[in-house]
Design a protein around this ligand. Structure first.
Ligand code: TAP
Length: 497
């Protein structure tokens, strides 16, 4: 049984919960209250070595790599069952740790468990192909596990992102070392303990915690790691690339975004306005796929801005543990300061404040990292607020004239993760979807991903795809086997005379 009430969280290596070898810890703090929640083990490089060695032994020695796919399926479903059984406690744990509204956290853990189930089923369906080959030859392919995978995860969707990587990695037969973000480590540790309860062999799932700049970098560069799967900022993504490039180890990267929502004059505003509000303010804007640039066609611009501001002002901001709360705290007071600086910068560059832009008036929220959902209207795409990822509850609203300009502005970004289109013109919806340079395009609805649908970015939003079966490809190597099946001996130099 998982213990959700403790105040110390260990490393999980080789199915054992243990303190860091140095005995060092770091504090987990509730960003909504400033309350100290727990002490988390702070791994030393020698602990990373131990975790990689355990994963290596499970992969090379066969603890996990030699399980048959049916057993992998059963164990992954068992872990998913344990997550469902502990859903409320896990949601509470994460809501306290990252300050996010508990209704959101719960939905994300459900999504993560569903994705795990998707890959549990996929473990028995990994397929190869036969290909055309010259007469007398047979060619077939199969997909093999890569080996030890380092899964490095950010704080904004902690458990969901961990499960999103864990499912395809394990389904394909890899073993893993998970490095959660320091601000959201607890749920990964509990999940690994539930995996021990489920019966995963020792060394299959290991968790190390500690500063990314120290042990995250050390893990990514570790010669015992065959693949790094990273989700986080584009800046740290570059460090990850540096860590793997020398020996060409495998890597996939899910990075930042500055995703647009395009609202055309023919859109159904009863759907587009709440959809646009949700897709920036869900998770207090701390989403890689947040539609943080809202491009609105000129004839409906004023109406859209006033409806957007009115609906945003009605969002319930407050205690993350209250099930009615829609927007919780930001991840830290320091992060809120960075978001507030962006708002000030946008106003200085000529944007107008449509709503928000301040901390909540409620004195009960004064010690937490809260910020009211904010919309900056009359932005232009050259402004810093429209170009950089703010990663907070700030929408930039920009007017546009016609489809051509909308596409040009939407694509004028270093990122290309997601885009939403709002229009009742079916032909336009598909035409614009084809022209937008992003990994995901959603039409007349705000949701980005369901188990089985691909997720990942163009341009500086990353490499690779998650959530769908493409993720299995990213966690496997493709092997081509060429067989000679001719009647006479193979003698390419003609040496047999
Ligand atoms: P980062 O600061 O990039 O941290 C992500 C992870 O990397 C954390 O576990 C962090 O550990 C670790 N890390 C930090 N420096 C490292 C280094 N030099 N080498 C190896 N690992 C290192 O991101 P964040 O602030 O947690 O999350 C926000 C960012 O993630 C945003 O840019 C957001 O867009 C992106 N994100 C992208 C996606 C997708 S799917 N595209 C999804 C969610 C988030 P510590 O916590 O210990 O520093």
């Amino acid at each position: 049984m998982a213990d959700f009430d403790r105040t110390a969280y260990p490393l999980v290596i080789n199915n054992e919960s243990r303190p860091a070898s140095t005995g060092e810890t770091f504090a987990s703090v509730n960003p909504a209250t400033g309350e100290h929640l727990a002490d988390i083990a702070s791994a030393a490089p020698s602990d990373v070595d131990a975790a990689v060695a355990a994963a290596r032994a499970s992969f090379d020695g066969g603890g996990w790599a030699r399980t048959n796919p049916q057993k992998r399926t059963r164990l992954l479903f068992k872990l998913a069952d344990l997550l469902w059984a502990n859903l409320d406690a896990l949601a509470r744990l994460e809501a306290r740790e990252i300050g996010k509204a508990i209704s959101s956290v719960k939905a994300e853990i459900m999504q993560g468990a569903s994705e795990l189930e998707f890959f549990a089923g996929a473990a028995t369906k990994i397929r190869g192909e036969t290909n055309a080959a010259p007469h007398g030859f047979v060619n077939y392919t199969h997909r093999e596990a890569i080996g030890v995978c380092a899964l490095i995860v950010p704080w904004n969707y902690p458990l969901m992102t961990t499960l999103r990587k864990l499912g395809p990695a394990l389904a394909a037969g890899n073993t893993v070392v998970i490095k959660p973000a320091s601000q959201s480590a607890m749920s990964a540790i509990v999940m690994a303990e539930l995996a021990v309860e489920a019966g995963f062999p020792p060394g299959t799932i290991n968790v190390i915690t500690g500063a990314g700049s120290a042990i995250g970098g050390y893990l990514a560069a570790h010669p015992g790691v065959d693949k790094v799967s990273f989700t986080g900022s584009t800046e740290v993504g570059r460090h990850i690339l540096d860590a793997v490039r020398h020996d060409f180890r495998r890597v996939s990267l899910e990075l930042g975004g500055k995703s647009p929502a395009l609202v055309f004059a023919d859109a159904d505003l009863d759907a587009a306005v709440p959809g646009a509000v949700w897709s920036i303010f869900y998770s207090a804007g701390q989403s890689c796929e947040a539609r943080s640039r809202i491009l609105v066609e000129r004839p409906i611009y004023d109406d859209f801005v006033s409806r957007f501001a009115e609906q945003t002002a009605r969002l319930r901001v407050g205690d993350p543990l209250n099930p009615k709360t829609q927007v919780g705290a930001l991840i830290s007071v320091a992060h809120r300061a960075s978001v507030e600086a962006y708002v000030a910068d946008g106003l200085a560059e000529g944007a107008t404040l449509a709503v928000g832009g301040k901390r909540p008036d409620d004195p009960g929220l004064a010690s937490g990292a809260f910020l009211m959902p904010t919309a900056l209207a009359d932005c232009s795409n050259g402004m810093r607020v429209a170009r950089e990822e703010i990663f907070g509850p700030v929408a930039c609203i920009l007017p546009f004239e016609g489809e051509k300009e909308a596409i040009a502005v939407a694509n004028d970004s270093i990122y290309g993760l997601a885009a939403s289109l709002w229009t009742t013109d079916v032909a336009r919806a598909h035409r614009v979807a084809g022209a937008i340079k992003s990994g995901v395009v959603t039409i007349n609805q705000p949701f980005t991903v369901f188990p089985g649908t691909p997720f990942g970015g163009f341009k500086q939003s990353g490499w690779g795809r998650e959530v769908s079966l493409d993720a299995l490809d990213d966690f496997t190597e493709l092997k081509s086997v060429l067989v000679y099946a001719g009647a006479r001996p193979m003698d390419p130099f003609g040496l047999n005379g």
